[in-house]
Design a protein around this ligand. Structure first.
Ligand SMILES: NC(=O)c1ccc[n+]([C@@H]2O[C@H](COP(=O)([O-])OP(=O)(O)OC[C@H]3O[C@@H](n4cnc5c(N)ncnc54)[C@H](OP(=O)(O)O)[C@@H]3O)[C@@H](O)[C@H]2O)c1
Length: 241
């Protein structure tokens, strides 16, 4: 296994992307130092502790982005820090104060802690270049499978030649195209009524996959991502269709 004997840190490990990252790192044999904002909440740790390999190779650390020195113990002895912790809030009164400032200050705190570690080879940062915009324009969305995002982080560490910024975007599509995929997969939902007389226009742009694919990322087809998401939501009883 590629990660055997190597210790890495994942910040914000209870998050959506980071939880997948922790899972895939454990699967590859890494020892993972996972930072959690508060270890008192079992909802933030249970799913991580239940992962294969967690008992032997997962170590939890409490760390807060806004506290300088908070990440010192978690990054100690690591060869890589995967920094994904960031305030992600659906509605904010003041984005500058509630999102931007803690994200920037937090990233600087993580980098300051990382700079003290001699064993460290690389820091992989998650970023959102859309600057918080979910919808680009005219119902155009960018999609990527969370598993592809997690593996891209790992490859950005494992590939010696990795460098700079990677855009990890699987598809840029119109919402109507998404509805059509839903309809094909789940025809009983009656989604076809919504686009009866409409044709899907091509999106005016796409995001190049070339650099991400050069890392070794193999993008999951959108249909597979949608199906797996719906089936997972059904299994966990978050969706009843
Ligand atoms: N999911 C997406 O569709 C998507 C797309 C593009 C980019 N991104 C970017 O990827 C990153 C992770 O996204 P995500 O979807 O995985 O978000 P998420 O599920 O909300 O995870 C964010 C993590 O950051 C932690 N965090 C927030 N504030 C913190 C603080 N002050 N101190 C320590 N930890 C803190 C959260 O801890 P708590 O659980 O304690 O709050 C959580 O574990 C973000 O930068 C996001 O902008 C996400």
């Amino acid at each position: 296994m590629s990660g055997e004997g190597k210790v890495v840190c994942v910040t914000g490990a209870s998050g959506y992307i980071a939880s997948w990252l922790v899972k895939l790192l454990l699967d590859r044999g890494y020892t993972v130092h996972a930072t959690i904002r508060s270890l008192d909440d079992p909802n933030k740790t249970q799913h991580l502790l239940a992962l294969d390999g967690a008992k032997e190779r997962l170590f939890l650390f409490e760390a807060n982005l806004t506290v300088e020195g908070s990440f010192d113990s978690a990054v100690n002895g690591c060869v890589c820090v995967f920094h994904t912790a960031s305030p992600v809030l659906l509605s904010v009164d003041d984005p500058q104060v509630q999102l931007l400032e803690p994200a920037v200050k937090g990233t600087l705190n993580v980098l300051k802690s990382a700079a003290k570690v001699q064993s460290l080879k690389r820091v992989v940062l998650t970023n959102d270049y859309r600057q918080g915009k979910e919808i680009l324009e005219d119902g155009i969305y960018m999609f990527v499978d969370v598993r592809d995002v997690a593996i891209a982080h790992i490859l950005a560490f494992e590939k010696q030649e990795a460098n700079g910024r990677y855009c990890v975007v699987g598809n840029v599509i119109r919402s109507l195209e998404m509805v059509k995929i839903f309809d094909k997969l789940y025809p009983d939902l009656g989604y076809s009524l919504r686009y009866k007389d409409k044709s899907v226009e091509r999106t005016p742009y796409c995001v190049s996959k070339v650099k991400a694919e050069s890392l070794g990322v193999k993008f999951t087809p959108l249909e597979v991502s949608i199906k797996d998401t719906v089936e997972s939501l059904k299994e966990k009883k978050f969706m009843n269709i």
